[in-house]
Design a protein around this ligand. Structure first.
Ligand SMILES: C[S@@+](CC[C@H](N)C(=O)[O-])C[C@H]1O[C@@H](n2cnc3c(N)ncnc32)[C@H](O)[C@@H]1O
Length: 531
């Protein structure tokens, strides 16, 4: 086994031409014993040509692998059936696998054929099963799902009316620390006859639907990250009880009604339990049981419009906790981000940008005419500027960023947002040079809003220096009373005598904490003091 692995690694390092032109003919000409010793070549061909092969080369490799399904040695056939789905099967490889399934006596080989057919099987596999030929029940479900996906990947229908009723629970999920902003937005924006905001827990705001509702009503809100409809709570129990309880949630009346009502195409779901570290076997049992209870729902990890999330609750090791089960629409791209034409690697989490924008809008005095002039010194793809502009009252935005590609992205996104009455100026420069390069005059800005580099994805040599320079630049650019809102990675960072702290909240930025802070520029009094 070890030597198979070593040989596989060595073969993967060879140029693909050498694999195909030298190693394959050598393998074909070898004795049965030598072929068994060199079986790793089959796996290497699957790996290398699936990644780097042209369509023509893949077709040739597919033909070779299909021929190996007739090899007298079971191990060689097994390697070929594992490599084929990587390259992508065709009718001939499917037919050969089905023939083998009929002829093969070995349980192990049947199991492997089932797994391969789950990935490449099509209508021939389905009619094979319809003729009463035995394949594991799960294979049947996976093949049905793959066919459904190929014919129509299926989407979530945002406008579909879902059966809301008191007792049902909708969980708006957000980054920890942002719950209050999410709840306030829900209270303000949602129709109180349809939704009643409820409990707040870390990273989650609960709503109760009082009558039927659509997902599009929820997606009017911009501050939450994802939405999940609670299907149940499963207590940490023994393997089979736990599996049965989870299958019951997936096949519950709530899940069935929602998926049926709001899927365009066949309802398919993926099962996400990031925390339990579950074995593949457990997942297979769960989806098999769920399918027996609700045959119209198909489990499929690829491009599924729905996800069933298993989220541990309480304290203690994740694997041993009770878990909430939720049904989550998988909406890619997020319908709220139609303006996002392009992206950058260090982009802000969009709901965080929306929360910052909301914080800013709430803290700014109302005015009849748009008067906000906003600057994002580290604008990246422009999310904060756009999100704030969408809330109204904005006259102009300035974005600066060192990276010209980020500036081009911000410009394109801003244009796509269709903010007709807001002028946008984007300048590639260091924020410290913004006065001269971007024309940001002292005292001309009402709001500085930004997510600076936090030293995670790109190292920042002198974070304290960067933060000190940001406070200096912001305090110079702001008009008296103007606001600075930013995510501060330093707990006790530099301060500025002209900026007064108005708000501070610890926020999880995806595995690490930061302070979301708001400052106001102090107003100079006549006696020379500042207040
Ligand atoms: C966290 S990203 C900002 C993400 C942005 N809010 C968005 O939505 O895409 C930080 C950005 O700061 C820029 N940056 C780093 N140092 C800078 C500097 N001295 N002046 C201006 N921009 C800088 C980086 O190029 C990067 O695009």
């Amino acid at each position: 086994m070890k030597s198979d692995q070593e040989l596989y690694k060595r073969l993967c390092d060879l140029p693909k031409g050498q694999l195909w032109n030298l190693e394959v003919p050598r393998f074909d000409a070898a004795s049965p014993r030598e072929r068994m010793q060199g079986v790793a070549l089959i796996r290497a061909l699957g790996t290398i040509f699936s990644r780097f092969g042209t369509d023509e080369e893949k077709a040739a490799v597919r033909g070779w692998l299909t021929a190996l399904l007739k090899d007298p040695q079971e191990k060689i056939r097994r390697y070929a059936m594992a490599a084929l789905p990587k390259i992508g099967g065709d009718e001939s490889s499917e037919a050969q696998m089905l023939r083998l399934l009929k002829e093969s006596g070995g349980e192990r080989e049947k199991r492997h054929l089932g797994r391969a057919l789950e990935k490449i099987g099509g209508s021939a596999t389905l009619s094979f099963m319809a003729q009463g030929e035995s394949l594991p029940e799960l294979t049947q479900q996976k093949v049905q799902a793959a066919i459904a996906r190929r014919e129509n990947p299926g989407t979530v229908e945002l406008e579909a009316l879902l059966p809301g009723k008191p007792g049902m629970q909708i969980n708006l999920r957000c980054r920890r620390g942002l719950e209050k902003i999410v709840r306030e937005e829900a209270e303000e924006q949602l129709d109180p006859d349809v939704f009643r905001p409820g409990q707040v827990r870390p990273g989650c705001v609960t709503l109760t639907p009082l009558r039927p509702f659509s997902l599009s009503m929820l997606y009017e809100l911009r501050c939450f990250a994802t939405v999940g409809i609670r299907l149940g709570l499963i207590e940490n129990g023994s393997g089979s009880e736990w599996e049965e309880a989870l299958a019951g949630c997936i096949a519950s009346p709530t899940a069935r009604k929602i998926m049926r009502a709001a899927t365009h195409g066949v309802p398919r779901y993926r099962l996400d339990f990031p925390a339990r570290g579950h074995q593949r076997g457990a997942i297979r049992h769960v989806v098999q049981q769920a399918h027996a209870l609700a045959p119209e729902l198909l489990n499929d990890a690829r491009q599924a419009p729905w996800s069933v999330d298993v989220i541990p609750v309480g304290s203690g090791p994740k694997k041993q906790r009770d878990a909430i089960v939720e049904l989550r629409p998988r909406l890619y791209p997020d319908p709220r981000l139609g303006y996002r034409k392009d992206d950058i690697a260090a982009a802000s989490h969009p709901p965080l940008a929306a929360c910052m924008a909301r914080l800013a809008a709430q803290a700014s005095p109302d005015s009849d005419e748009p008067r906000q002039v906003i600057w994002d010194p580290f604008c990246g793809s422009g999310l904060e500027l756009i999100e704030r502009s969408m809330l109204g009252g904005v006259l102009a935005v300035h974005g600066t960023d060192l990276d010209p590609a980020a500036i081009a992205t911000a410009r394109a996104n801003f244009a796509a947002a269709g903010l007709e009455n807001v002028s946008g100026m984007f300048t590639p420069c260091d924020f410290r040079d913004a006065e001269h390069q971007a024309g940001i005059a002292p005292g001309s800005i009402t709001l500085v809003i930004t997510n600076p580099p936090l030293g995670r994805r790109v190292r920042v040599k002198d974070m304290r220096g960067l933060m000190a320079d940001l406070l200096l630049a912001a305090s110079k650019a702001l008009e008296p009373g103007g606001l600075l809102i930013f995510t501060n990675p330093l707990r006790d960072g530099p301060s500025s005598p002209s900026l007064k702290l108005e708000y501070r909240q610890t926020v999880d930025l995806g595995g690490f904490d930061c302070q979301l802070e708001m400052y106001s520029k102090r107003v100079a009094r006549r006696d020379g003091e500042i207040s």
